[in-house]
Design a protein around this ligand. Structure first.
Ligand SMILES: Nc1nc2c(c(=O)[nH]1)N[C@H]1C(S)=C(S)[C@@H](COP(=O)(O)O)O[C@H]1N2
Ligand SMILES: [Mo]
Length: 320
């Protein structure tokens, strides 16, 4: 048994709803459908996940950012992952990410901002402000999951650093430790993993920093202790285990764009009309929904109303 260090901002356990109640409540809300789906899980080889209830509980207020679709079962959300620092297999993160140390986490803030510096999680995340948002994560590999995230709007955190008016982009970096992250021994990507957003994208109401899911502290394999969630972009933009943020005036490097620019653009908006060079993006496999469960992919992952105006006048096939 790996003893997880308590996140400094987690609520005292006696103040929160026990997670089993949380899960039961969810099951009732979803008409039991999501939990039934758990038993017919489309059999990705699941690693050793921590079960629901093993991570410390988090309290969060419900929001209107809630998909009515069935939730992806907990075991799939935490057992079928991409986190290349721990290997290329979908079950590698669940098997190996427990090695990552997340205690005393801090984020270095650099570049074009009035308040650069080193911030602890406690500085950045107000535990009374935690929200739950149910967003779909749509991977470029053409599968998706519906996840009840807990966190805070990215804009609220970035504003505290007082970005300068000359900052046009923000770049994020993942923690790097070759001893804890076996996948980084291989030059699969240029480590540390990095991602970026245009400032107006980053300040959009949908962009979210997650510290939890399913009523509990984020499991390591999902990007503990803090990761980005950009619901209208392909999953790889949602960078995990962030330890550095840089404000810049030029479009920053992003790991996947650096590794294969023809396949992965800077914008990476979910776009059923722009195929990946090697496969279609018109539909997606629903993880946890059974062997043949698929859905049509929606423009901007279904968030056209909230984000289409960010790209007015841009050719979204060229600027993919
Ligand atoms: N640091 C880091 N962040 C990452 C990745 C990664 O390999 N390393 N994979 C990305 C990809 S491709 C996807 S689809 C999502 C998966 O998030 P999940 O495992 O929580 O579902 O994380 C993204 N964030
Ligand atoms: Mo992905």
């Amino acid at each position: 048994m790996i003893k997880r260090p308590d996140a400094p901002w987690q609520l005292k356990t006696d103040l929160v709803t026990p997670k089993t109640d949380y899960l039961n409540r969810r099951q009732i809300m979803a008409g039991g459908a999501s939990m039934v789906a758990a038993s017919s899980l489309a059999a990705p080889a699941l690693g050793q996940t921590s079960g629901p209830g093993e991570n410390p509980a988090l309290n969060a207020r419900a929001t209107r950012y809630t998909l009515s679709d069935d939730l992806t079962p907990y075991d799939a959300v935490t057992g079928y992952n991409n986190f290349y620092e721990f290997g290329l297999g979908k079950d590698d993160p669940a098997r190996h990410a427990h090695r990552m140390t997340t205690d005393n986490w801090s984020i270095e803030v650099e570049g074009l901002a009035e308040r650069p510096g080193s911030y602890s999680l406690d500085d950045l995340i107000d535990q009374d402000a935690l929200e739950e948002r149910i967003y779909r994560l749509r991977c470029v590999e053409a599968w998706s999951m519906v996840i009840p995230w807990i966190g805070v709007p990215l804009a609220d955190v970035l504003r505290r650093f007082e970005p300068s008016s000359t900052a046009r982009y923000v770049q994020f970096f993942t923690y790097q430790n070759i001893l804890e992250m076996p996948g980084t021994r291989f030059p699969v990507l240029d480590w540390p993993y990095r991602e970026g957003l245009r400032m107006d994208e980053a300040m959009n109401e949908l962009a979210f920093l997650a510290v939890g899911l399913y009523g509990e502290v984020l499991p390591n394999q999902n990007g503990a202790p803090i990761r980005l969630v950009v619901p209208w972009k392909y999953g790889y933009k949602s960078i995990k285990s962030i330890d550095r943020i840089v404000f810049t005036d030029t479009q920053p490097e992003t790991s996947w764009n650096q590794s294969a620019p023809r396949e992965y653009g800077f914008y990476s908006n979910v776009n059923p009309n722009r195929a990946h060079p090697r496969w279609s993006q018109a539909s997606e496999r629903v993880i946890g929904g059974g062997l043949f469960a698929r859905r049509e992919t929606e423009m901007f992952n279904g968030y056209e109303a909230q984000v289409a105006s960010l790209y007015d006048g841009m050719d979204l096939i060229r600027n993919h």
